[in-house]
Structures are given as structure tokens and as C-alpha cells.
Design a protein around this ligand. Structure first.
Ligand code: SF4
Length: 377
């Protein structure tokens, strides 16, 4: 019986959202989802960066909401719920077997958000205080939860997340008519941010679904940029829409997975490379979409011919980061090398980690551009 519950709720969690969204290789066993969290995200130190294996599961898949994309919405799915003690029992078993190092716990909203939150909190409490678990716990904030419950979650977890799903309320009403964008999501994100600012919460994230509505990449990028600007959001995740059988959107076309990939690249440019939103807009077509075939950094560089060719000897770190094929580590190494000697050879750039094939058309050294890229391969 418990095994059956774990199978069902583990499978539902691999869809993610509040335990919904798309179905990516849903698992039929309770072997945990290899979730791509990293130890440095968990511990917030940049030194360690090891994959963190999480047990990703739902407390319940019985939802009062009617999100049209979600297998847990009222009209679909067999309803199951784990008691906090059962969840902890399963988690302890898996940690003893060294199959997991952390927990990602979410839930559908049963009855109301706070009643469900109490069960999530109770699970995390037993894990922390009775089982003595000191590792990584990620808890999902449910739409409509009270400030008090969010604070209780923040005190127990390493990370909270609340999925914003779409850029605004109009899009949300198309796919999740029972949820209110400004009240259930934006207001809660504001409260989560306040906890982060006060140092009560370590970090928080959000997620967008791409392609369940007619939103453009520009809509998503604007919303994401505004969240980064106004809050301490750690990062955004993206999920290309895939219809789930039995839901209202089961006949809707799935989104091209490349769209998700391009959004991740654009997010990376904003967060890590220091690009401005206006620069990202240069990668968009007239419909406000990123190209599926070209990475956004290359698209921006090609659309800014006046910025190139760039001589790394005279460039700032920010300018170097705008060149395709130069990442943060390579830019740092170039900066360090420049302090000792003038760069005169493209092979020196290669030693710094520059991908010459990509970078070459945008660089020059001592007034010379190297156009025959093959010479350096
Ligand atoms: S709130 Fe919506 S997305 Fe979340 S579990 Fe319920 S139906 Fe699914």
C-alpha cells in the first residue's frame, strides 16, 4: 500500500509544478528523480559543485484547483496522499541505502493551501527534529498559502519555490482559472522575498511553463527580468509544455524543447553574463521569440556589428563576456593574463578557454582579424 502511494506520488512529482506540468520520463518506482540540483546551490557556497540526488515527491496529488495542464487537477488522476510519517519513513529508507541526499517535497492543494502546507511542514519537521536530517530540503510553496505557513516552511528548508507558470494574470486565467495571479502567486513571492531579505530563508526559485498559452519569449523574459531586479530570486526554471493525457490540454500541441533550452540560455545571459534586458531583445524576432536554431548570445553579437571586432587587450570583462565563445572563466583568465603581458596570439586565448570557432569572427589582435578559423583547430 505504502509502496503504491510512493510510486504514484513519485511519478506525479516528476511532472513538477505544484507537482504537475509535463511528463518527462515519469518513473514507475520510488527510485528518486535525479534532480539537477548542485551541492553549491544547496549549501550556497560556490566551492562545492556536485550533483545532489533528491527524492522528489508529492505529499498528495488530490487538488482542488483546475489547472488545465496538470494531471492533479480535479478531474484526473487517482487520488493519493502520504502521511508525514510515511513520507519520512520512505525518505529514511532511501537515505540509508544511499540512494538520496536530499528531499524535494511538493503537493497538490487538498482542501485549502494551509491545510496541505501543515502536512508538508510536519513532514519536514519530523525529518529535521526527530530523524535528525541535516541535509538539503526544498519545499514548494502552494498558491494561496498564508504568510505564517510560508515562514514555517522557510525555517525548515534550504530552498522554497513557487511556480509563477506564466508572465501575467491574463495568461494564467487561460490555463489555471481557479488561481489568481496577483494574489495567489505574486503576493506570495513578495512574502517569500521578504523572508530571504531578512535572512530567514536561504534561497528561492520559480518556474515558467513555455507554450501552454500564447505568451512570447519577450513576455517571459520581461517578467523574469523584473523578478531578478525587484527580488532576490535565485534563479528561474523553464518547462516546455507537454500535454498530459486526461487533462483539458491533452490535445494541445507540445512545445518544442529547444524553446526551453533557449530560455535557459537567455536566463544565463541575464544572471551570469550580466546582459541587460535591452540587449537580450536583440536576440528576438519580430514576434518576440528567440530563435530555436541560434543561441541568443550569438544572435545578439551578429545583430551588433558596431561592437566588433573587439581586441581583448582593450576590452573590459563585461565586453569580453558579450563575445560568443567567451564564458566567465575564460574572461577571468584573459583579465589575469593581460596583467602580465599584451595578448598577441589567438592560441593564448584558446589556452584561456575561449572557444575560438565561435569567438574568432568577433575578435582582433594587434589590428588583425583571423578569418580562417580552421587554422586554429
Ligand atoms: S494547483 Fe494546479 S498545478 Fe498545482 S497541483 Fe493543483 S492543479 Fe496541479
Amino acid at each position: 500500500m505504502l509502496l503504491q502511494k510512493l510510486q504514484r506520488l513519485g511519478m506525479a512529482a516528476s511532472w513538477d509544478s505544484c507537482g504537475s506540468g509535463k511528463q518527462k520520463n515519469p518513473r514507475k518506482s520510488i527510485v528518486p528523480v535525479q534532480y539537477r540540483a548542485f551541492i553549491h546551490e544547496c549549501s550556497q557556497t560556490q566551492q562545492e559543485r556536485k550533483p545532489c540526488r533528491l527524492m522528489k515527491i508529492l505529499q498528495s496529488n488530490n487538488c482542488i484547483h483546475e489547472c488545465k495542464y496538470c494531471a492533479n487537477s480535479t478531474k484526473c488522476n487517482k487520488k493519493t496522499e502520504l502521511k508525514p510519517k510515511e513520507l519520512v519513513q520512505a525518505f529514511n529508507f532511501l537515505t540509508k541505502k544511499r540512494l538520496v541526499q536530499g528531499l524535494f517535497l511538493s503537493s497538490a492543494v487538498t482542501r485549502d493551501a494551509d491545510t496541505t502546507a501543515e502536512k508538508i511542514i510536519e513532514s519536514a519537521r519530523i525529518l529535521r527534529f526527530k530523524a535528525g536530517f541535516k541535509g538539503y530540503i526544498h519545499l514548494k510553496v502552494l498558491p494561496g498559502m498564508s504568510k505564517e505557513k510560508i515562514r514555517e516552511m522557510a525555517e525548515l528548508a534550504d530552498r522554497l519555490s513557487l511556480n509563477i507558470e506564466v508572465p501575467d494574470g491574463e495568461f494564467l486565467s487561460e490555463i489555471a482559472p481557479t488561481k489568481n495571479f496577483s494574489n495567489d502567486l505574486e503576493k506570495r513571492l513578495k512574502w517569500i522575498n521578504e523572508l530571504k531579505e531578512k535572512g530567514i530563508l536561504k534561497s528561492f526559485t520559480t518556474q515558467f511553463i513555455a507554450g501552454a498559452t500564447k505568451e512570447t519569449d519577450l513576455n517571459i523574459l520581461k517578467k523574469m527580468h523584473s523578478l531578478y531586479k525587484k527580488t532576490k530570486l535565485y534563479r528561474s526554471y523553464f518547462s516546455a509544455f507537454e500535454p498530459v493525457k486526461g487533462t483539458s490540454l491533452e490535445k494541445t500541441k507540445p512545445e518544442n524543447p529547444w524553446r526551453e533550452h533557449r530560455l535557459y540560455q537567455a536566463d544565463w545571459l541575464l544572471r551570469i553574463y550580466g546582459f541587460k534586458l535591452r540587449e537580450l531583445k536583440l536576440a528576438l524576432d519580430s514576434n518576440g521569440m528567440l530563435s530555436l536554431h541560434k543561441d541568443p548570445k550569438m544572435a545578439i553579437a551578429v545583430n551588433c556589428p558596431n561592437k566588433h571586432p573587439l581586441d581583448p587587450n582593450n576590452a573590459t570583462k563585461e565586453e569580453l563576456l558579450q563575445v560568443p565563445g567567451i564564458g566567465p572563466k575564460a574572461a577571468e583568465k584573459i583579465e589575469a593574463m593581460k596583467k602580465t603581458a599584451q595578448l598577441t596570439d589567438f592560441n593564448e586565448l584558446k589556452k584561456c578557454g575561449v572557444i575560438l570557432q565561435r569567438a574568432m569572427p568577433f575578435l582582433q589582435l594587434e589590428g588583425k582579424r583571423q578569418t580562417r578559423i580552421t587554422a586554429f583547430q
